[in-house]
Design a protein around this ligand. Structure first.
Ligand code: HEC
Length: 123
């Protein structure tokens, strides 16, 4: 009797664990909608105020066709890999001085990581 009560409690704990972690694609999509969707899409070829972020992770900065980048972005020579994006999305102005993205940055590390996971999947 006592043994089975303990087992049930353990199973309940295991079942509750995944919902406690706000990360992964869903959290990333939420963060994208909250911070980025006013200016960006993840659809290929669909630019807004900012360039499409379709397949952005790992490509060179300033490569989206038909988007008029600032010189700072176009000539940055940056590769938008995970490490660079983590810095850029923390502090866009400090990481790429002179770029015209009017965005203060995502200061929450977990939110940033989830966002980058979401962007990785958008290809
Ligand atoms: C107010 C509009 C705005 C918001 C909000 C915004 N961006 Fe941008 N973003 C831009 C603009 C404009 C550029 C182009 C900058 C330039 O040419 O200097 C840009 C450029 C970028 C680039 C470089 C793309 C490339 O092809 O070189 C990345 C990556 C990016 N944004 C990601 C994001 C993410 C992720 C978010 C949300 C956390 C976000 N941006 C929020 C407007 C915005």
């Amino acid at each position: 009797m006592r043994f089975s009560f303990v087992s049930v409690a353990a199973i309940a704990l295991i079942a509750a664990a995944p919902t406690a972690m706000a990360s992964g694609p869903e959290a990333g999509e939420k963060a994208f909608k909250k911070h980025c969707a006013a200016c960006h899409t993840v659809d290929a070829g669909k630019n807004r105020v900012g360039p499409s972020l379709h397949g952005v992770v790992g490509r060179k900065a300033g490569q989206v066709q038909g988007f008029k980048y600032s010189d700072a972005n176009a000539k940055s020579g940056a590769t938008l890999d995970e490490a660079y994006l983590d810095k850029y999305l923390t502090d866009p102005k400090g990481t790429m001085p002179g770029n015209k993205m009017v965005f203060a940055g995502v200061k929450n590390e977990q939110e940033r990581k989830a966002l980058i996971e979401f962007l990785k999947a958008a290809k």
